[in-house]
Design a protein around this ligand. Structure first.
Ligand code: GAL
Length: 738
């Protein structure tokens, strides 16, 4: 919680504005492209710089494709700001978010840095959504009180938009002592929980800490304790040896003795809701699969249970094979029709059967694709070894047993030049696409690749422009089953087209590749990536696309998840159907990083349950974006809940709509093929809430509730008590019959 007093701001262009105690906002600065450390110095000659708006990214201001840029902001910092204050040891510069990484200098002295620039030890790391708040001691010699100060901001932009874009521009504030207080949760050496009250400032703050233990499912307070704590930068306050129960979290409040102001926080334990799968075989994938006549079949039955397991069938259709060791279906069927047969899976603990139908016809992707894509973890540093390691982990860690089957290489595999005959070539990181494809197929998995209708991809690798047919043929020869076709470099060509404002100009490049893919003697899932331009959901199916991205890129923050998942998917349900899906982008659970440097997803556990529940309701592509070799138990639990996955894969193929938007409560509902409904009751606000489903029966069309099942916990709930505790950014995901 920040309780800054916003005292003063001013900036200008060479000419300084005078200090004022009003709430003014600095919205402009001097700017120039390029990287030159001399720009950090106060005496830098600014004659080559020009004015720019710092509340909007630079790409909105005709600065495109620029990596480094510098801003210089002139400020007067009046000494009256700090006089007569109870605590006035620091001043703080609030710059808002910056795309992607920055360093900030006050009169030549580095005062803050966020993200990573390419030359940094850890390399490039985007931190575009993080608010930059840099505090400087009030007695710091670099501050020129009552005179001109230069705040020089060095920015590195990995991908447009780029630069400063805080809605409030730059503000200078004098923080209160409690603004430096934050609460952290951890474990002591003895494995017991600790709560740490940290203080950014080196003046001690005293107060009381109230700790509540709250049951995660019911929201009931089941324990409480109070502690006296003092905290300074040198010596944080610690309360140790707490022992909350398995299914509970800690809710904590620190109250400053002097001002009575408080800071509240809560712990986010990685609580596992998905019950363990039985040791005996259990089929987790739907009983229908679509393939075109004559196309090679690559399909793996998703069956959990102890290994080794054997697969068999006594009535396989002619031309179809079944690998007894891994449950991979192969072969092909030339004649259209529905072919139904029984598959048996057995291990030391038992046997399970599935009556399965191979639908040989025009439609593929009868359910949304499930699998993995390299982008959200490795970005452009993807290699064949990394792809193989994730594919192997998909099998070894049991994700294939839940239907995850696509292994998709995103951008970064292409060589700088095509071969002499014009065919696309791979770079040194990918020794053999054909071998990779063959291996994936031998495991019953599918192979995906990435390109652009432009000359270049987003990562500036070669695209397919003027080589579309040739590329489709190459993909076929490598055994590719999925193409993500990303607009990016096509923008340049599009900008010159006379009909560029017409939808037809957006359709054209996708229509072309769609036709060439269909000419190939195999099924290639066609995934459009053009961020939703020209209402792609209205024409995607027409170009034979199997899914289309509806938004820009997702990242692992609540802001991004909320905007993409909740704001932008409402109203798109009518456009999804078996074979053709809306795609709100890849999953952001597990270890992600878009580079060589991976980190745990910044989503809280509740946000991750929300993410997967929402993507299931939205019948979205389920492409995992993390390094599968480093999967932890929590991530496996959110990805491999057969009842949750079954909503995503439901054969009716009806995407959820938002039925209720009531303050922070949103309810999304979709009908399922068994006559029930999947309902997500979401709390998108910052406070935990209690929600009674009965209050929304009318909106949901419920007259009499017959059954309720909690899908994450896989247990039946009472039909008469529908009062649910829903933590901040969390969900109650249920399946109801009415
Ligand atoms: C973006 C796309 C990302 C990723 C990236 C590769 O345009 O939305 O998902 O594919 O390009 O450069």
């Amino acid at each position: 919680m920040m309780i800054n007093r916003q005292i003063f701001l001013c900036a200008g262009l060479g000419a300084m504005l005078m200090a004022s105690a009003q709430n003014t906002t600095t919205r402009s600065a001097l700017f120039s492209e390029g990287d030159d450390m001399a720009k950090a110095k106060p005496e830098y000659n600014e004659s080559g710089m020009r004015m720019i708006d710092i509340t909007r990214p630079w790409s909105d201001q005709k600065v495109n494709g620029v990596d480094y840029g510098w801003y210089r902001i002139h400020l007067t910092i009046p000494s009256s700001l700090v006089k007569g204050k109870n605590f006035a040891d620091y001043i703080q510069f609030n710059l808002g978010p910056i795309d992607d990484a920055d360093e900030v200098y006050l009169n030549g002295k580095l005062i803050g840095k966020t993200g990573g620039m390419p030359g940094d030890a850890g390399g490039y790391r985007s931190a575009w959504s993080v608010n930059r708040e840099y505090a400087v001691k009030a007695n710091d010699k670099s501050i020129n009180w009552d005179g001109d100060n230069v705040l020089a901001v060095r920015c590195y932009n990995g991908n447009d938009p780029g630069g400063m874009f805080g809605r409030n521009g730059v503000t200078v504030t004098v923080p209160e002592l409690i603004d430096g207080v934050s609460i952290g949760f951890g474990k002591g050496k003895n494995g017991k929980e600790t709560v740490t009250v940290s203080n950014r400032y080196d003046k001690s703050i005293k107060g009381s800490l109230t700790i509540e233990e709250v049951d995660n499912e019911t929201g009931k307070v089941i324990g409480q304790s109070s502690h006296k704590v003092s905290s300074s930068a040198k010596k944080p306050g610690v309360v140790a040896n707490l022992t909350p129960g398995e299914g509970s979290f800690l809710r904590v409040k620190f109250t400053d003795d002097l001002t009575g102001k408080d800071v509240v926080s809560r712990s986010h334990p990685k609580f596992i809701l998905t019950p363990a799968a039985p040791a005996a075989p259990r089929f987790n994938t739907v009983e229908v699969y679509g393939v075109r006549p004559g196309s090679p079949i690559h399909y793996r039955f998703g069956v959990s249970g102890e290994r080794p397991m054997t697969f068999s069938s006594s009535d396989l259709p002619e031309g179809v094979t079944l690998d007894p060791a891994n449950g991979a279906l192969g072969g092909s069927v030339a004649k259209r029709g529905d072919y139904t047969f029984t598959v048996k899976a057995s291990n030391g603990k038992g046997t399970a059967e599935q009556r399965f139908t191979l639908k040989v016809g025009d439609n593929i992707a009868l359910t949304p694709p499930m699998g993995w894509n390299s982008w959200n973890c490795w970005g452009l540093s993807v290699t064949q070894d990394r792809v193989v390691s994730s594919a192997q982990a998909l099998i070894d860690k049991g994700l294939a047993d839940y239907g995850y089957a696509y292994i998709n290489i995103d951008d970064g595999w292409e060589a700088p030049e095509r071969n002499a005959d014009g065919t696309i070539a791979v770079n040194e990181k990918f020794p053999s696409m054909k071998e990779l494809g063959d291996w994936l197929h031998s495991e019953g998995l599918k192979f995906g690749i990435y390109s652009s209708p432009g000359d270049l991809t987003c990562g500036c690798y070669l695209g397919s422009l003027d080589h579309e047919l040739q590329d489709a043929e190459t993909y076929n020869s490598w055994g590719v089953d999925y193409l993500k076709y990303d607009w990016c470099g096509y923008g340049k060509k599009h900008a010159l087209e006379p009909d560029r404002r017409a939808t037809s100009s957006y359709i054209r490049p996708y229509m072309l590749m769609g036709e060439y893919l269909r000419r190939q003697p195999r099924d290639i899932f066609y995934s459009l990536c053009q961020y939703g331009m020209a209402d792609v959901w209205k024409w995607g199916a027409m170009v034979d696309a199997n899914s289309w991205r509806t938004t820009g890129d997702i990242t692992d923050t609540w802001a991004s998840l909320y905007d993409i998942g909740f704001n932008r998917q409402a109203g798109l349900a009518p456009y999804a159907a078996p074979g053709h899906w809306n795609d709100p982008d890849m999953l952001i659970v597990g270890k992600v990083g878009w580079s060589d440097n991976l980190r745990d997803s910044r989503l809280t556990p509740d946000e991750q349950y929300t993410h997967i529940a929402l993507w299931s309701l939205l019948a979205s592509d389920m492409l995992i974006g993390c390094d599968l070799a480093q999967l932890d138990d929590f991530t496996i639990n959110v990805l491999c809940n057969n009842e949750v996955n079954a909503v995503n894969q439901d054969l009716l193929g009806k995407q959820a709509d938002r039925v209720v938007k009531d303050g922070d409560i949103q309810i999304w509902s979709r009908p399922l093929s068994d006559g029930t409904h999947a309902i997500g009751v979401f709390n998108v606000g910052g406070n935990d809430l209690n929600v009674n489903l009965a209050d929304y029966y009318k909106a949901l069309g419920i007259v009499k509730l017959q059954s309720v099942r909690d899908l994450w916990r896989q247990k039946d709930l009472s039909v008469s008590n529908t009062d649910y505790f829903i933590p901040s950014h969390g969900v109650r995901f249920i399946k109801v019959r009415y």
